[in-house]
Design a protein around this ligand. Structure first.
Ligand SMILES: [Zn+2]
Length: 200
């Protein structure tokens, strides 16, 4: 795996996830106390465990798991070898600067070599890299690099359009702004992709 997307999965995997959930719950209980809230309140008493479970099992789970295997299918001579575009894949991730969600949609396009991937695989790769504290720019590159390597594609293009809750609920409080990031690897025509998407 290239350094670009590799996390120290092995180091994390040695840690027992139940121990990690318990440790995070203990820390989060202190945060609740520091906020002056009552941990005996029936509505709040299980919040530390809920937050720990959410982080370890869901929103940061990509830190503790391996990247998905990509099933590919050989292209025969009768199949198109032109662009494959998968559009509007929804995702959510966690901004590493504020631990607030950012949510949006992703377009993945690739120019096949001799293989195509199962259609759900782009979404799985996206979910894997999104399930950890991220910045949108890095997420875009990680998805593109991983697909490029795994598919032996001639080129890959990834576009992410997302709204960041750290911009909506704090700071500048700009509710309707969105951020678009793109990554291009190999020989792929960005203009052809954008024109194809707009022609629909
Ligand atoms: Zn942020």
């Amino acid at each position: 795996m290239s350094k670009n997307y590799q996390v120290d999965v092995d180091k994390h995997r040695e840690l027992d996830l139940e121990g990690k959930r318990q440790s995070i719950a203990n820390h989060f209980a202190r945060i609740i106390e520091d906020l002056g809230l009552d941990l005996n309140d029936p509505s709040i008493k299980d919040t530390p465990q809920r937050v720990a479970k959410m982080l370890v099992n869901e929103t940061c789970n990509g830190l503790f798991s391996k990247p998905p295997e990509i099933t590919t299918f050989p292209l025969d001579d009768s199949s198109s070898r032109d662009l494959v575009i998968i559009e509007g894949i929804p995702f959510s991730s966690l901004c590493e600067h504020h631990f607030q969600p950012f949510v949006g949609t992703v377009t993945i396009a690739y120019l096949p070599g001799d293989q195509v991937m199962g259609l759900s695989k782009g979404a799985r790769v996206l979910d894997y890299f999104a399930s950890r504290p991220q910045i949108q720019e890095r997420l875009t590159n990680q998805v593109a690099n991983y697909l490029f390597e795994q598919l032996h594609a001639k080129g890959v293009f990834v576009l992410i359009n997302a709204e960041h809750y750290c911009m909506k609920v704090r700071g500048v409080k700009k509710h309707n702004s969105s951020t678009i990031t793109t990554a291009i690897i190999g020989e792929i025509d960005k203009n052809q992709i954008l024109t194809t998407i707009q022609m629909k």
